[in-house]
Design a protein around this ligand. Structure first.
Ligand code: NG1
Length: 431
């Protein structure tokens, strides 16, 4: 059964690897019968502040991580795309770029490959080059660190480069953000922009409508520590519904605010914030919005203000202020936005009790990770307190083998490079 499925997919010797071969080039050769010639790599990201703002066209401040998705690949002239994964050796993907591409079932990783191909196709002529690809990732999946967008960007960037599409990074980021909605989540554009525009040693102030990215240097001695709870925030099923509900609530709140202040329904959040001072907008909101929409609205507009203040704190080298903004952001995501969990709250408290300047959940929430800012004197204590905490599940949870704690190293963005024999699979650059 398994052999015939693999043969059907045209991926002949995949069963030979099955976790026994660790060199990705060997795995590729086992799967496809030849060596890879290129690697397309795209980083995950940790968002320092500004969550659930991107789909409202309000700013975010992530850093691109050293941890990334690598797609080892070999171009094909026949427009076919065949992709296997080190993490899912039994489920290779295979389709023609020229055929209709339908989504697979909800939560299937192969939908991200399909999303990337669907997006790339919109800017490519007929008769394009496809690829054989083998995915290796050191990003924990569904951890709030954007492994899904890294996969979409790695595949899309490869297809665009192979076919000489000649797009700039911001254009690819916009295309990838739109393409990823193929999986059913109405996401914003932060993750794809971070994956493409990451800069070693820098955070990225990302703004939308139109997309802009400004790297902001991270002062030496500031260490952002990531702690993954080990509880995935799967963006299929409940988390996807919850996420999309928030996108819709923010839109409804914006429409109602537009009516209340006499502006048409096509108003954007940045335009609304330019109309009046924040306290005045919050006074109007308290009068006209129903309680749930009011809470979502309050998080959205106050979070945008916190991002601006955090950029200033970063530029002025004020970790205390930056940390306080992170902690305020967490409270807002927990209270007004309802996306935190008991585990995330616990890790935030552990980090700040151990001496972090501040800490918050990062990404969409509903599980996933936190990020904490620690200065040099508190770093060891914060890391070891978090390590201890993630190794001890809370009373009502199962053991979480994937949980981990690591320092975020601000790194460069996506690159398609030669897969020269002997080339180590190391990150492109780290800060
Ligand atoms: P994560 O945490 O990677 O699922 C999601 C969205 C972002 C952003 C954040 C919350 C996607 C691909 N990503 O990220 O656009 O809205 O949540 O800030 O939907």
């Amino acid at each position: 059964m398994r052999r015939s499925r693999l043969r059907q997919a045209g991926v002949s010797r995949l069963e030979l690897r099955c976790g026994t071969v660790s060199d990705p080039r060997e795995s590729f050769k086992d799967a496809f019968g030849d060596w890879p010639t290129l690697v397309s790599e795209a980083p995950g990201r940790v968002n320092l502040i500004g969550d659930h703002t991107d789909y409202n066209e309000l700013p975010v401040l992530p850093i691109a991580l050293a941890e990334r998705v690598r797609l080892w690949l070999r171009p094909r002239e026949d427009g076919r795309v065949r992709v296997g994964s080190a993490d899912f050796p039994d489920a290779p993907e295979s389709f023609d770029l020229g055929d209709p591409i339908e989504p697979r079932g909800s939560g299937d990783w192969r939908n991200y490959v399909r999303a990337a191909a669907t997006g790339a196709r919109t800017v490519l002529p007929d008769g394009v080059r496809g690829l054989d690809g083998w995915i290796v990732s050191d990003l924990p999946p569904a951890s709030g660190l954007s492994s899904s967008s890294a996969l979409v960007v790695a595949v899309m960037h490869a297809l665009l480069e192979l076919n000489g599409a000649g797009l700039g990074r911001l254009e690819v980021a916009v295309l990838a953000a739109r393409a990823e909605r193929f999986v059913g989540t109405q996401g914003g554009g932060m993750d794809q922009a971070a994956a493409l525009c990451g800069r070693a040693g820098h955070a990225l102030l990302i703004e939308f409508g139109p997309l802009r990215v400004r790297p902001v240097s991270v002062p030496s001695g500031w260490c952002f520590v990531v702690a993954y709870t080990g509880t995935p925030a799967e963006k299929s099923g409940r988390a996807q519904r919850e996420y999309n509900e928030r996108v819709a609530s923010c839109r409804a709140a914006l429409d109602r605010m537009g009516e209340a202040i006499g502006v048409d329904r096509a108003l954007s959040y940045p335009a609304l914030l330019a109309q009046a001072a924040l306290p005045d907008l919050l006074t109007v909101a308290a009068r006209v919005l129903e309680p749930r929409h009011l809470a979502r609205f309050r998080h959205t507009v106050t979070e945008a203000t916190r991002v601006r203040a955090a950029v200033q704190a970063l530029e002025e080298g004020d970790p205390g202020r930056f940390g306080r903004l992170m902690s305020e952001s967490h409270e807002s995501l927990k209270g007004d936005y309802g996306v935190s969990t008991a585990e995330l709250d616990r890790l935030v408290t552990v980090a700040t009790t151990a001496g972090a300047e501040g800490a918050r959940l990062t990404g969409a929430g509903f599980g996933g990770s936190i990020v904490a800012l620690a200065g040099p004197s508190a770093l060891d204590a914060v890391e070891s307190a978090l390590r201890q905490a993630v190794s001890e599940p809370m009373a009502d949870t199962e053991p979480r083998p994937g949980a981990r704690v690591f320092p975020a190293r601000a790194s460069n963005g996506a690159v398609v490079r030669d897969a020269a024999p002997g080339d180590p699979a190391a990150p492109a650059a780290n800060g």
